[in-house]
Design a binder for this molecule. Structure first.
Ligand SMILES: CC(C)(COP(=O)(O)OP(=O)(O)OC[C@H]1O[C@@H](n2cnc3c(N)ncnc32)[C@H](O)[C@@H]1OP(=O)(O)O)[C@@H](O)C(=O)NCCC(=O)NCCS
Length: 205
């Protein structure tokens, strides 16, 4: 990564998904999306998540973007209304390490949006930001998030669980890491599908 500031603004496109910067006019959609039981259960969002929380959230997101501290992008189908969010934060430029996170609005789940967005952002982090160690921190009870991680080529590391106390009582977060594999990740599977059409493989050779 050149310097330690993340690029702003950016748009990432691929796999039927457009990841774009948050806008102030997203407030109503943001509040509707984040004021929801699964978001309250599995993320550190305030609950209930009201308009005031939404304004503070967008302000913090904007600050994090202009200072280059984090990537925090709305998941959209076409650059329009937000359907979810994907993030990259906690960058350690020395270790070439960062953490990623994601959420999708209840009405838009089970359509591949989280896994598509995570693959897109992970690819960008690897190829453009040159970050080699990409991490997710997931509660072992969060089945949906674990399925997303696996589908994108992340694997459980042996790191000790991170203990925390939240409104739902004590919990622990496991660390997952994106691994280079011969054909494991969704990105590579897609590449190989494309490559097979031309009679060659792009990985594992
Ligand atoms: C986790 C979350 C982002 C998944 O979003 P999504 O867009 O529905 O996920 P995808 O459609 O990309 O699904 C990817 C995989 O997860 C599986 N999956 C999704 N939701 C699931 C669920 N509730 N139970 C079991 N599997 C699930 C899908 O079947 C798919 O698996 P496949 O590769 O075998 O087909 C969404 O449920 C959410 O926002 N949850 C609350 C916030 C959260 O937990 N964020 C992560 C914090 S670590």
């Amino acid at each position: 990564m050149a310097g330690s500031r993340l690029p702003f603004p950016i748009t990432l496109t691929g796999d039927g998904i457009v990841l774009r910067e948050w806008r102030s006019e997203d407030l109503d959609d943001l509040v509707e999306m984040l004021d929801e039981p699964d978001i309250a259960r599995w993320t550190p969002m305030p609950s209930p998540f009201d308009v005031e929380a939404g304004i503070a959230y967008l302000k913090r997101a904007h600050q994090g973007r202009v200072t280059g501290q984090r990537l925090q992008l709305a998941i959209t189908a076409d650059g329009g209304r937000p359907l979810g969010e994907v993030l990259l934060f906690g960058v350690d430029a020395g270790l070439k390490e960062a953490e990623l996170g994601y959420l999708v609005g209840a009405r838009h789940r089970r359509r591949g949006l989280a896994s598509g967005s995570l693959s897109l952002l992970s690819g960008y982090a690897r190829s453009t930001l040159k970050l080699s160690r990409l991490l997710l921190r997931i509660d072992p009870g969060n089945t949906a998030s674990i399925a997303v991680a696996r589908r994108c080529g992340y694997q459980l590391t042996g790191e000790p669980p991170i203990l925390q106390v939240g409104p739902h009582g004590p919990s622990s977060l496991d660390t997952w890491e994106l691994v280079e594999s011969r054909s494991g990740s969704r990105l590579e599977r897609l590449r190989n599908v494309a490559a097979r059409r031309y009679g060659r493989r792009t990985s594992g050779q």
